[in-house]
Every structure is written in C-alpha cells, then in structure tokens.
Design a protein around this ligand. Sequence first.
Ligand SMILES: [Zn+2]
Length: 361
Amino acid sequence: MNFLSFVKPGVLSGKDMHKLFNFAKKKKIALPAINCIDTNSINSILEAAKKFNTIVIIQFSFSGSSFFIGNNVFKKKKIQSAIYGAILGAKYIHEASIYYKVPVILHTDHCTKDYLLWLDGLLNYSKDFYNNYGKPLFSSHMIDLSKCKIKDNLDICCYYLNKFKKLNINLEMELGCTGGEEDGLDNSLISRKYLYTSPKDVLYAYKRLIKISKIFTIAASFGNVHGVYKSENIFLLPDILLNSQKLVSETFSMKIKNPLNFVFHGGSGCEEKIIRKSISYGVIKINLDTDIQWSSWKGVLNYYLINKNYLSSQLGNPNGKDKPNKKFYDPRVWLRNSQKYIIKYLSKIFKILNCLNLLKN
Ligand SMILES: [Zn+2]
C-alpha cells in the first residue's frame, strides 16, 4: 500500500487515521503520541517527524490546552481556557504541519467526566470547521470515564461516538485506570486491581461501539502508569491485550488476528521488549509525555551546565568583566537546545516503534 495515497501532509481525519492504524498494526508499527503545550514543543515534534520521514500524534491535555493560551486569560474559567487554548493550538498545527510537509494525527488527551464541557466546546467549534474545510478540527478525542461503572462509561462514549461519526473524528476510550499522576489526573493511590482491564469489559465495549462506528481506539490498561518510576514498581501484563483480541475475534468469528486498535498510556520509561510485545498485540499509539518532558528539561540543564559562567549576570564572563552575555541568555538559544534533545529522543523512539522513514518510498 502506498501510504501517501491517503496520508497527506496536514491533520488527518478520523477515517484516514484508522486506515493508517490498520496498516501500522499489520506491519507491527506504532506511532508516538506527544503532549504539547506551546508552539516551541509543537515545532520540535514537527521537525523530528520531517527529519525522520514519519507521522506523529500531537495531543493536548486539558491543562496543556489552557497553558497554550495562557492560564490567566479567562481568570478562573478553566473550561473556557481549555477550549480556546486547544482551538488555537489545533489551528496552529493545521497550518504548520503543511509548511513542514508532515502528516499529523491531532488528539485531545484524558477528558474526564468533569471536563466533558471542554469536549462539548471543541465539538461545537469543530462543526463549523468541518463545514468550512471538510475535515474535523481534531482527528481524535479521548474520553476517560475509567472511574465510572462500565455501563455508564459506555453510555456516555456511545453518545459522543454518534456525534464524532458525523464529523469524521475518532474516539479513544479508556477501560481500566492508568496509575500514577499526570496533569492533575491523580491515580497514584488507586488500588492495583483497577489498573488491569478485563478482556470481558473490552468485549462489552467493542459490542456497543461497533454498532455505531468502527472509528474508535481503546486504551485498555494492563498495569500502565503515568510517569517514570523504579521498574520493580510497575507490573505490565500486555497479555491482557492479546486475550482481549482473541475474545473479540472468536466472539465475532473474525478472520483477522488483531481486530482492535489499542492505545498504550504511560509508555515513558517502559522496557523496549514490553513495548514491542504490546505492539504485536495491536497497540498502534503510545503516549510518551514524561520522557519528552525530561528530554526537554535535560536540553536546558545541559546548556546551563556547559555555559554556566556566561549565564549568571548580564555583563562579565571568563573573557572579561564587562563582556556582555546576551547571546547566551537569549531564550532562542537555550530553547533550541531543549528542542534538539527532544528530537534526539524521538529518533530513538521512532526506531523502537518501527516508524522511522515511514514516508520514504
Ligand atoms: Zn494517559
């Protein structure tokens, strides 16, 4: 299959994203999903995708969206900030990805029950966007009702999937909880048993969602945790994914081996062999927020450590007490180092996920 026939530079729609995921699954490829908070982080991801001829998933969390527009712009109206921040960020990516000539899947991360108004606001905007441009503002949205009863989770997900279908948007739904803490979503004290999804729940979700649309992905937890911790504290059981695939496939007498498209949350710090195994069980999207944050910071830290003597005062460095240091503290210089570290980290990840040079004929 020629990728470029449907994967063009710019933001992909839900349907094209699914074609891509189905192809990736067959070839045992996954794509990294990176949380961005500003144009600086977005540009690093686009630059990495361009340099290594691949496709990336850029996502905004609720608070990352607010940060994009500025946390104080609407005072205490958190939902409003997150709506307009995500819209601005998305519009930037729609334009910038064309200039970079990079295909992008654009996604919003964990939307809990408290944040459904955020999603409603984005969908309202997306309707106009779709009417004007023939594609949605976001390729995909995640709904995270993992703390609700499964029936309630699916009732709400089905309600939204009906809306998404009209706008050609993918639904990512969460089953079972992701542990740890990320962006205000704190599951660090949750009982371990909630971190493992039952394949029966996956089957139940599949049965209900497939009646509406096939454009959905499932973030089924198998011990996943947000953040990086000592490896002995994490017990990942990717066989849960394999067993879920088998159950769905057998129940519906399917010929294909891995009918489901899975999302791996908390991919940062995970062993390569677990990542590879999960990809062979149908994972096509891996979220890597924490490792990207660390790379970004490491770039700034190393820049500081190397240039320490030029960064403590405006005037005066080892070359003379009146020598100016402007060239060293210019934010473009140290932010660029941060970008370089992100790009370097992504080059390693693209290799692990088997998505290097996807767009090279
Ligand atoms: Zn997550």
